[in-house]
Design a protein around this ligand. Structure first.
Ligand code: SF4
Length: 452
């Protein structure tokens, strides 16, 4: 973790005339680079100076060709750079040839137990192989896969999982021996086992002079994932495929995955990632991309939606509005327009700072701003359509070169919360305002909670 010093040059108050120490993200760790793909689907680079790639895996059967193609394409459309498929049976590798003719992103064959599936997938033209050292560990078999990949220039991911380490018969004895190296760590023996497994396996690849390799070492424990990847990042220079395995449904899986992967990426570790959920895998792609956008590791594509969490000042059904805006705008707009949907005019402008298009709601109305300029004040039922209209218009303007993203034409000056949206005025008229005296100054107080 590096540190950057910012000095405030001028301006009271005195208290702040001092250096600020802000933590910054560590530079990306240098790794070798692998390339997967072909002329038809394009080529994706992983590692080196390539942007961190987002992957997911199909949930359906690979031998169901049409469904598999549709699933891969759905993920590709959502932004997946690479999609992995399981090939447990011969009929799955048989289907690959046809699948590969129809998809638009590189495909990885996920191989367990049967090395022949890897050879068949390579023959079918797959773009990368994933091998699990926990269940394909016969040296001759691994050599056959390496040779076939070498001939076709196909990379291999060596994917160790905490779960597949368990198969060792001498696990406890081995753990005891190796654990001594990581004695101070709560999962020291498992860390040692996973690293030993990787090293053993990589020796086979080294002996074959095959370095078109990516590695992963996943666990279901987020802190373990941070530790193991930190450790292997210092031992190997192969690109790292990050992931928390068996992370559960999105509700908990997102927190585990983002905690681990976000920490690693902020520390400069990771070249590609897969977030795993026990639910629709489209969310793996969306959340993986959002993580990279949020950390500034990928250039955002499409709308960036800002929405307030709502509070006691809320006067419209904001949650429904946000959902609708997300549903309608996300798939439609291409440019990274910042759209803010805020619940009130009091704090909304400050919270939406930097938005290109913003709506501030109040008293069943919405005031819409485009780059700081007020363009509409509409009743609640019209907010969604008008906001969508303004976003589309703004995008068209940017595309024509008449506006620039992130530029504010004028500062948003929030209207007085009483009167502008009708709320205060109506309340005053309806006698819902009581007079209070504070230090000889008479002010009018709006009674909150009553409706006119
Ligand atoms: S914008 Fe207004 S309603 Fe939304 S959280 Fe902030 S103060 Fe509350």
């Amino acid at each position: 973790m590096g540190w950057v010093t910012h000095t405030l040059q001028e301006g009271p108050p005195k208290l702040y005339r001092r250096a600020l120490y802000l933590p910054s993200m560590a530079p990306r760790r240098k790794t070798r680079q692998i390339t997967l793909g072909d002329d038809r689907v394009g080529r994706v680079k992983i590692g080196g100076d390539a942007p961190i790639a987002v992957q997911t895996m199909t949930a359906g059967y690979t031998h169901d060709i049409d469904a598999c193609v549709a699933e891969i394409e759905r993920y590709a459309k959502a932004g997946a750079d690479v999609v992995r498929v399981a090939v447990p049976e011969r009929k799955d590798t048989d289907a690959l040839k046809e699948i590969l003719k129809q998809v638009s992103v590189p495909v990885v064959a996920d191989v367990h137990f049967h090395y022949q599936r890897a050879l068949e997938a390579i023959e079918a033209g797959v773009h990368k192989i994933r091998l699990n050292p926990g269940n394909i560990n016969d040296r001759d078999q691994v050599n056959k896969v390496i040779d076939a990949c070498k001939e076709r220039k196909i990379p291999i991911r060596i994917g160790v999982n905490e779960g597949s380490i368990i198969e060792r018969k001498d696990k406890l004895k081995r753990a005891e021996e190796l654990g001594k190296f990581f004695a101070g760590h709560k999962s020291g023996h498992m860390l040692a086992l996973m690293i030993a497994k990787l090293e053993e396996y990589l020796d086979i690849f080294d002996a074959r002079d095959f370095h078109d390799v990516a590695i992963s070492a996943k666990s279901m424990d987020a802190s373990m994932v941070i530790d193991i990847y930190t450790e292997i990042s210092q031992r190997f220079d192969y690109p790292l495929h990050l992931g928390v395995t068996h992370a559960g449904p999105r509700e908990t899986g997102a927190i585990r995955s983002i905690a681990a992967l976000g920490t690693l990426i902020a520390n400069g570790i990771g070249d590609t990632l897969r977030i795993s959920y026990a639910s629709d895998h489209i969310d793996e792609v969306k959340d993986g991309l959002e993580l990279l956008y949020s950390l500034g590791k990928r250039e955002r594509k499409g709308v960036e939606l800002i929405a307030c969490p709502t509070c006691g000042r809320i006067q419209v059904d904001l949650f429904t509005l946000v959902k609708e805006v997300e549903k309608k705008l996300m798939p439609e707009l291409e440019l990274p327009i910042k759209v803010a949907v805020m619940g009130c005019i009091v704090n909304g402008p400050g919270e939406a700072e930097g938005a290109d298009v913003a709506v501030f709601a109040g008293d069943r109305r919405g005031i819409i701003y485009v780059q700081g300029q007020r363009v509409a004040n509409v009743p609640e039922p019209e907010i969604l359509d008008r906001l969508l209209h303004e976003c589309r218009e703004f995008e068209a303007k940017v595309k024509r070169g008449e506006a620039k993203l992130g530029e504010k034409v004028v500062e948003i000056v929030p209207p007085a919360p009483i009167g502008e949206l009708g709320s205060g005025a109506d309340k005053i008229r309806a006698g819902l305002v009581e007079k209070v005296t504070v230090e000889k100054v008479t002010v009018e107080k709006v009674t909150i909670g009553k409706t006119t």
